[in-house]
Design a binder for this molecule. Structure first.
Ligand SMILES: C[S@@+](CC[C@H](N)C(=O)[O-])C[C@H]1O[C@@H](n2cnc3c(N)ncnc32)[C@H](O)[C@@H]1O
Length: 206
């Protein structure tokens, strides 16, 4: 893994063997705010439970924690990450400069895995090392799903109907799944008769 500068000036991580980045090459922060906060969290109200697929650098977690505080909401943030980014690399990306509460980014990364950790009045995090394919998710329990896996072409096994069905089952009625991918096959699958139930799930594709 190596640092890569986006066209907006901030950094993301790049995996040469996959030719894949952790965020949009056009801007990590703008992508996170638009796709996950605006099209995800902001489409719900009150206190919520969020499931994130892919904790990665912790950028979505940090921005969500800050948004929760700014909007005076309580968020329980469950994030999955089977392949942790070494903290010495995370530190170099510079996202802690976005902090509105000193030490929050560090606290998110230092939070013990597999434990619910309350970081402040508005944000509790649970980090799980299990893969999405194998993790057991409580049904009807999440208001918002941040689907931030690597791209469909790089990780097709995570973009299957079975996986979306699993996420649908874990989502509360009226919940939101949001992702950055505009992959045509995903859109076709979601509206196909084979996954009719998924048409109830609001899926915002950029
Ligand atoms: C696009 S990056 C996520 C970026 C992250 N949300 C952030 O704010 O930096 C995709 C993440 O999915 C993780 N991942 C890969 N396979 C996974 C799996 N089977 N289940 C859950 N997460 C997985 C990767 O390790 C990677 O951290």
């Amino acid at each position: 893994m190596e640092l890569q500068k986006t066209t907006s000036g901030e950094y993301t991580l790049y995996i040469p063997s996959m030719d894949e980045t952790y965020h949009s090459r056009n801007g990590a922060i703008s992508e996170s705010k638009h796709v996950f906060l605006k099209e995800g969290m902001d489409r719900t109200s009150g206190n919520i439970r969020i499931l994130e697929v892919g904790f990665g650098t912790g950028l979505n977690a940090l921005l969500t924690a800050q948004h929760a505080e700014a909007s005076n909401r309580k968020v329980h943030f469950h994030t999955l990450e089977p392949f942790q980014v070494p903290f010495n690399l995370v530190e170099k990306i510079g996202y802690e400069e976005l902090e509105t509460e000193a030490g929050l980014f560090n606290a998110i990364h230092r939070a013990e895995w597999e434990s619910q950790v309350k970081l402040n009045e508005n944000f509790t995090i649970l980090k799980t090392t299990q893969k999405l394919e194998y993790v057991k998710l409580e049904s009807n329990s999440y208001d918002v799903i941040y689907f931030d896996a690597f791209a469909p072409k790089k990780q097709p096994e995570l973009w299957s109907l079975d996986i979306f069905q699993k996420l649908y089952d874990a989502t509360k009625p009226g919940g939101v799944l949001t992702t950055y991918s505009a992959a045509g096959q995903l859109k076709r699958d979601l509206i196909s008769r084979r996954c009719k139930r998924l048409t109830d799930l609001r899926c915002y594709l950029a």
